[in-house]
Design a protein around this ligand. Sequence first.
Ligand code: EPU
Length: 445
Amino acid sequence: MIGQHLLVKKSGPLYGTAHLYGAKNAILVIMTSLILTEGTSVLENVPNNADVRLMIVLLEQLGASVSFDTEVKRLIVDTTYINKSEVHPEIMNKIRASILVMGPLLGRFGTASVAMPGGDLIGMRPINYHLEGFKKLGAVVQLQPPFASARMSLRVLPLSTRIVLEYPSVGATENIMMLASVSNTETTIINAALEPEVYDLIDVLRKMGADITVAPAAIIIKGVAKLYPIIHTIIPDRLEAGTLLLAAAITGGDISIPNARADHLDIFIEKLRAMGHTITTGFDMPENTPVGIRIQATKTPCAVNIKTAPYPGFPTDLQPLMMAALCTAQGISTIEETVYENRMMHTKELSKMGAQITVEGSTAIIRGIDTLYGSNVIAADIRASCTLVLAGLIAEGETKIAGVHHWLRGYDSLDSKLNNMGALISLADDSIIAVDDQKQIQISL
Ligand code: EPU
């Protein structure tokens, strides 16, 4: 089968308006949360990306009936006949977020068996916090690599249970919260993740009938006997918003995203302003709402320093993209990555395009230059694929990006959205790439 690559040509400033689809990192966990209910739920604003389609296959393998109207972005899931609590290893290997079925399966059936997702190129990504949380809630966990299985014991739980996360892990917070929602105890997750996607899950669980309170850096869940199907619209994707804003920033354009949530991107927006870009949000309007973001980009952006952190800190998922924008900012910028131990692979690819970047430990030092040059590059993860697209928009000539499956995993027609505003991006068959590049791609993916 012939694969594809992204071909990006130097583009002028982007102008126009774009609409965001639902957040990938919210829809995936919300799909797994439906396992806790019996009946038909309806999800709106669902992006038609490869990860969502894999999650549909996973739910169908467990026994759910799913229909996805990709035109209107509506997903209908009937979980009545889910009757399996084991996930096929080949699905687990394709989609890391499938670990998020474990809490819901334990909650509904008292048993769950999954293949452990293992590390990937950005880091080791263990699941120890998830499993420790399940144990606190009465599960007996068995590890027989590559499998992790758990079953609920008959142990009587105390009236209240404290689960302390060493790090505010998004996935562990979500998995523990889903199991705790139907447990016989009041659970307090200390040092919980409070990303917007976690809040969207809380919103969904509350609609299902869960009793959840959010306190500073903690989430308190009083278990209930039963949860019910829901209708829910997924929050707009703040990472898609970040990608579009940076595409306008890097090309010196002017774009508006009427449904973007400024309160999901506070520090990111402040950094764009510090670079010299003019950002107007719903907060600057008489209505004073968080909805709506416009960027009017400066032609002479300046360097800034960035350090990634859990929300509300600078999101790790926008770190590689910000690096692309800083390659041509005036002065020296630094970016420190604190969430993942190895999320710097894009620096090598940006360097192939002429960027002046040195990496010392977990910090990249970027010396701004006038322009980048099109090259053959490889995307190693979802966000690296956008990073290279952004760089390609201002690079002289053409940029050929391999690893397109990462782009397709995370976004629904983002290339079309960018093209509608003036970008020159196309998906082309790999047969167009020279033989040497093909070898490199096969080795690297
Ligand atoms: N960690 C542990 N033990 C655990 C869980 C996490 O040590 O049991 C470590 C991880 O190895 C990592 C850090 O904690 O170094 C943060 O991991 P976290 O659990 O918060 O991340 P996640 O739930 O696996 C989600 C997103 C990621 C996003 C992170 C951080 C989904 C499906 N994925 O992953 O999204 O980077 O939160 O915000 O929600 C992406 O979209 O490109 C992406 C990687």
